[in-house]
Design a protein around this ligand. Sequence first.
Ligand code: ADP
Ligand code: ZN
Ligand code: ZN
Length: 753
Amino acid sequence: MPRYADILLPLAQPTYSFSVPEGMKLGVGDAVAVQFGPRNIYTGIVWRLHDQKPDFKRIKSVGRRLYSEPLLDQGQMRLWEWVAEYYMCTVGEVMRMALPSLIKPQGSTEEDFRADEFRPRTEAYLRLNDEWQDRDTLRAECERIARRAPRRKESLEQIADFPSERLNSFGEIPRRLVDCDSAMLSALRKAGYISVTERERTIEIAHENMFSLPQLTSKQTQALAQIEQSWAQNRNVHLLHGITGSGKTEVYMHLIAKALSEEKDVLLLLPEIALTSQLISRLERVFGSRVTAYHSKLTNLRRTEIYFRMMRSRGGELIVGARSAIFLPLRHLGLVIVDEEHDSSYKQTDTAPRYNGRDCATILASIYGGKTLLSSATPALESYANALWGKYGYSYLDERYGEARPPRIILSETMRSVKRGERKAHFNQPLLKAISEALEQGEQVMLFQNRRGFSPYVGCKECGWTLRCPNCNVTLTLHRDKNRMECHYCGHTTEIPRVCPQCQRADIHTMGFGTERVEEAISELFPEARVARLDRDTSTSMSAYNRIIKDFESGQTDILVGTQMITKGFDFGRVSVVGILNADNMISSPDFRSSERAFQLMTQVAGRAGRREKEGVVVLQTSEADNPVIGWVMRADYDAMARSELQERHQFAYPPYSHIIQFTMRHEDARLLLGGATLFAERLRKSFGRRVIGPVAPPIDRIRGIYALCIMLKIESGRSMSKARELIRKVMGEMEGEKMYKSVTISIDVDPQ
Ligand code: ADP
Ligand code: ZN
Ligand code: ZN
């Protein structure tokens, strides 16, 4: 046994060497408890075992080993190292985020640490005793007791008829799935019908191999064949570009079934998975107990159980997850599918590692020798370019499934409607007409507005004062239902002002409109319609969210108003009208991706309309009818958008023709920050010259009282990124030596969204 172990800790630090006590068996990837610093016991991971004596004096020894199996395999370790290198953070920071906190207990004393440790929950499982396994015997018995003990008979029948695909691998029935009380269970046990065993809840479940797959259309079959063919030729990443409603999900199902039947694991990534219960139930209908959802809304315990179950699994699991699912042990990974691959929520932005789940997923697949399918109706230009350049395989599904046709898009110019006096509240006449027709026919309507709340500004008509957040450089949003003004960045709230604090006049007005106001206005215009709203304010819990979706799905509501949330992958059959209330605030943002984003968002929203026989109508309200983005959306011309945007990106060396590394520097003292940022930018310029842009203020340059400045580095494609990283590390190291700016923080975002 080697004498030393380099241990990774969940800190922004390199690995540390510890000695391995005599007689202790350790392997790479094992979790151990280690004392670090005088007052901390951490969970660490054995990263390397060796015999080189470290050159510091007091070498501590590894504490106890935590689990009977290694937590990480080689593949996961490679992924972590890749993420740390690519996104410029430490492997310890990857660890901190990748493992559910219950897996990595921590404490100041051994008792503390133990209290924090994961204890698997047990669960009761039942089975019929051998003498009752025979159907006829049991039936006869049920007949016999039917009169005397009807409830007992019912329970027995329920157990006997339990669907076999939901049994665990011991052929037992999970107690929680049996609908009878504990008195009854113990009676059945005493009478000798059944036996009950307690088992760890992470236990695997038996797998059914018969999937009832949808019959593919000829277009879908063709796409499927193209995907498999290009994979077979070792082009391991394939882009499936399929218009909304073309049945991409059905194509996935076939790919998934194939991988599962070879006992491979499949990872299906979804953006904001908490919002995708609809897709999960569709998958469960086909893959039953093989489907496991994994996302941050699950409890820590549940995530930990899933981690351990996957660690011990022998393959054939379907994980449907948010980006963090790439860190699960997927040791038999054969296939990764990234649904809506263009979605910016695949990118983690707030804390390191600022990784893109889509890009990491393709790396993960390649580590395990699996294949990747990226899929979207509106691919990210980066992915599309990779397809154009032949790096990715590509197929295009250009037809909606069945009788469904692409929606008809009606352009409605807001200014013209105003001039004609045809605009009521936030709705131009064509939209009102479409809504009332739909309601008359018993069809449903979705209204999209990019902003939540009632009104994003309140201010004084007289002197121009607006109510702003004291901590952030933004206006406060009016929330009528809470009767408060609220900051969407720091959560600060105040009362709604009655008089202007600047000129003392009671001339306070609201400007702009959010979903809440749309909901109110549409309810007034169509009092007989049942209106619901889906945004962050109305879906604070999963159950609230699910209720809104369910009500809309079952026709309990007629009109659904919402933010981006209503765009994500929904398949509602009775939506015939979609209204995009204000396209302008999407196309006017200064970001180099704003045209692409606006196109994607509007196309996705429009895609919710007319998903069955009846043609859907989309009314697009804008005052910038000449903007090319509007034209591309109207003609559903992704290719034109892509060609035009790619040309522009090429000209200005934006991605995909470059990689951007963005540094955000923060401090509560604006002048100190500016000094530090200027110095940092200067130093970067010494190595990178004109590739350095800034420092510039980000769109919101103060949040929670902290000022921010950004410096952008553009590295043209073809230049060595690893060389660039090396130079950056050097400059960052120099900055650490600058006493004056020590308190200015620098965060790095590689490939920012
Ligand atoms: P996308 O994900 O491409 O927007 P979906 O997979 O949601 O499209 O498909 C749109 C609708 O068409 C869904 O209701 C789906 O069940 C149906 N559909 C698509 N392909 C098939 C098929 N081959 N057989 C049966 N239904 C299909
Ligand atoms: Zn005023
Ligand atoms: Zn604020």
